[in-house]
Design a protein around this ligand. Structure first.
Ligand code: UFG
Length: 338
């Protein structure tokens, strides 16, 4: 097995972060969570304890609190940081851009400063496919970047800040992971995504509708240039996504890559339409989840699908789980929280 690392996971109690924590521990690493619990349930660390059998040290703090981050890095002998903390709702970012620049860029810069001051040199950053401009699918990492909203711009800007920090030697090396559309939940049903308020994203909305919390799923447009007219996305099981982080961490720690900032897509390379997602989720439930076709949502593109070949080639990682699995696991979690 690879060397045991001590990893600080900012946002480690969130949807993706919690799954990353599970896979890091399964791979034999030690983890410390730093999370402000603004968008995470307070019992996530206890649930992670049930899944992993490990009592995971958890610091309730905001990543903008540089002093707290610095103390966490020193006290726990951290070898690498996975930076997942951040705000992620596109609509909210359009309405309140300064909130997003403060949280996502302010948080990123504070973290980089704390890492530099503590001599912790290795960083994995949660970026997003939202950094890409429109164009033909599948998209590889050289696809032109052109985010269409302030949320996406925070992801791209922080990638660029990380590039500058690495070039200047403030930190040693970094990897940005560009996520496509995470879906599903841990097969235990103990952790997953149950957003507060009305979900923006398709999967939580379908799951809450199946649980009777909404009358219908609104399908945003059926007149796109796609096989059935509804939007096509590259949904990736969150456990596959989490395992991508473990593979990227091994690559990051390997000798011989100082002063590099690499980017990898984490997606499956396979797109599914909104209608296919609804059909598959309905099959998992055993009944048709009700839906109606409504107007297109502003800012949506027809298709967004990854070319995941670089991650396969360099990290030795590929997504393995099916859309059926994503639906079954999401449903199991929804039943657990309902
Ligand atoms: N959709 C519906 N009804 C809904 C919600 C979504 O029809 O209630 C459709 C959308 O129009 C789109 C698809 O389902 O065709 C997926 O929509 P999501 O909101 O789940 O995901 P997006 O692809 O719009 O955005 C997601 C994340 C972003 C991230 C982006 C990466 O929300 O944070 O993927 O490309 F940036």
């Amino acid at each position: 097995m690879a060397k045991r690392l001590n990893v600080l996971a900012t946002g480690g109690a969130g949807f993706i972060g919690s799954h990353v924590v599970v896979e890091l521990i399964a791979a034999g690493h030690g983890v410390v969570i730093l999370d402000n619990f603004e968008n995470a349930a307070p019992d996530v660390p206890a649930r992670l304890g049930r899944i992993t059998g490990v009592d995971i040290p958890t610091i309730r703090a905001d990543v903008r609190d540089k002093e707290m981050v610095r103390r966490a890095l020193g006290r726990h002998g951290i070898d690498a940081v996975i930076h997942l903390a951040g705000k992620k709702a596109v609509g909210e970012a359009v309405a309140q851009p300064l909130l997003y620049y403060d949280a996502n860029l302010g948080g990123g810069v504070a973290l980089l400063e704390a890492m530099q001051e503590s001599g912790v040199g290795k960083l994995l950053f949660s970026s997003s496919a939202t950094v890409y401009g429109p164009g033909a699918a599948p998209m590889d990492e050289d696809h032109p970047v052109a985010p269409s909203n302030p949320y996406g711009r925070t992801k791209l800007m922080l990638e660029e800040i990380i590039t500058d920090a690495v070039a200047a030697g403030a930190i040693e090396s970094a990897i940005s992971l560009r996520y496509f559309n995470p879906a599903g939940a841990h097969p235990s049903g103990l952790i997953g995504e149950d957003p507060r308020g009305t979900p923006n994203n398709l999967f939580p909305f379908i799951a809450q509708t199946a649980a009777g919390r909404h009358a219908k799923v609104r399908v945003f447009g059926d007149d796109y240039d796609t096989p059935d007219g509804t939007g096509v996305r590259d949904y990736i099981h969150v456990v596959d996504l989490a395992r991508g982080h473990v593979a990227a961490l091994s690559h990051l720690m390997a000798a011989g890559m100082p002063q590099v900032h690499e980017r990898f897509n984490l997606g499956t390379g396979r797109g599914y339409s909104v209608k296919e997602a609804l059909t598959t989720f309905s099959r998992a439930c055993g009944f048709q989840v009700p839906y109606e076709i409504v107007a297109r949502r502003a800012g949506d593109v027809a298709t967004c699908v990854a070319c995941p070949d670089r991650a396969a080639r360099v990290l030795g990682w590929r997504a393995e789980m099916t859309l059926d699995q994503m639906c079954a696991d999401h449903l199991a979690f929804q039943r657990e929280v309902a």
